[in-house]
Design a protein around this ligand. Structure first.
Ligand code: F6P
Length: 321
């Protein structure tokens, strides 16, 4: 009987539980023993592992967070840490590992497989949407909807007071949360880490909006943008006659019940991961391309680059005229 492990790593994202559920139930259906590893690679190093059964994953489909808990493990990046993680798997006779996480977590899985011959399958679990091999990551859709809900509420009150609102969203290296929520939330301006932002350009946009009778101005700024938030706020306060408010959405964006899209993506990715393993296909990264579930060699997947969607970026400017 094949033994497989599953872990969640890095920042949690809504839909991780749905992916765990799919891996566990599909694995058991195909006569595998499935083991859940706690707190990502940390639990692997410490041997914090438990066997999962069909009932272990009952009632979790709709929950945010991750029942396996998660961590960012610096220890796993050391040779000793990785060696210890390997020993845990060897002792338990676990041959293949499903890793649900973002860029750093999948990179860890890739290195682990190269060094120790462990079969790994990466599932894209992060709200950041920063894995280029997949159109969407698990959790991104829920996060965007949370941000959109916030924008809608902020818009009401900023219109009532004729205010300018700067909303800071997550995304250290990838501006997709800012871009997608900005265009669908009707923001005047989005600031993305991928594009050098010009503070004068922000001023021009806000001043133009005020001049043309706009009731409010909404600026969505990804956290990884070069311009410092306090400088931006100070500039707008000094040079426009509007009140300027800063709203940092922070961890609010990571919680909540996963949307239909995230549950579906997580479920399909989890099922696909087990299908690959039972066909002895490993070291793959699973994701979605053009509406279909796909898999790529994990090393190649992590090399892929996508860049920002410039049409959408330009669209924010055009549509907020
Ligand atoms: O999950 C990704 C992410 O949300 C980033 O956008 C953010 O910068 C980071 O995680 C913060 O997470 P933590 O503080 O939990 O490490």
């Amino acid at each position: 009987m094949k033994r497989i492990g599953v872990l969640t790593s890095g920042g949690d994202s809504p839909g991780m539980n749905a992916a765990i559920r799919a891996v566990v139930r599909c694995g058991i259906y195909h006569n595998m023993e499935v083991y859940g590893i706690k707190r990502g690679y940390e639990g692997l190093i410490e041997g914090d592992v438990e066997r999962l059964y069909r009932r272990s994953v009952g009632d979790i489909l709709q929950r945010g967070g991750t029942i396996l808990k998660t961590a960012r493990s610096a220890h796993f990046q050391t040779p000793e840490g990785m060696e210890q993680a390997y020993k845990t798997l060897k002792e338990l006779k676990i041959e293949d590992l499903v890793v649900i996480g973002g860029n750093g977590s999948l990179t860890g899985a890739k290195i682990f497989s190269e060094r120790y011959g462990i079969g790994v399958i990466g599932l894209p679990g992060t709200i950041d949407n920063d894995l280029s091999y997949t159109d969407y990551t698990i959790g991104f859709d829920t996060a965007i909807n949370t941000v959109l809900d916030a924008i809608t509420r902020i818009r009401d009150t900023s219109s009532a007071h004729d205010r300018t609102s700067v909303i800071e969203v997550m995304g250290r290296h990838c501006g997709d949360i800012a871009l997608y929520s900005g265009i669908t939330g009707g923001a005047e301006c989005v600031l993305l880490p991928e594009i050098d932002s010009d503070i004068e350009e922000v001023y021009r946009k806000v001043a133009e909006g005020i001049g043309s009778g706009k009731l409010h101005n909404i600026i969505i700024k990804a956290e990884g943008v070069g311009i410092k938030t306090d400088e931006l706020i100070a500039m707008l306060r000094e040079r426009t006659d509007r009140e300027v408010k800063l709203i940092v959405l922070s961890y609010l964006q990571r919680g909540g019940s996963p949307t239909f899209r995230d549950r579906m993506l997580a479920t399909q990715c989890g099922m696909h991961a087990v299908d690959l393993i039972r066909n002895d296909i490993v070291n793959r990264a699973v994701g979605e391309r053009d509406g279909h579930i796909v898999d790529f060699d994990i090393a190649e997947a992590l090399e892929m680059t996508r860049g920002i969607d410039y049409d959408l970026y330009k669209g924010v400017d055009i549509l907020s005229m």
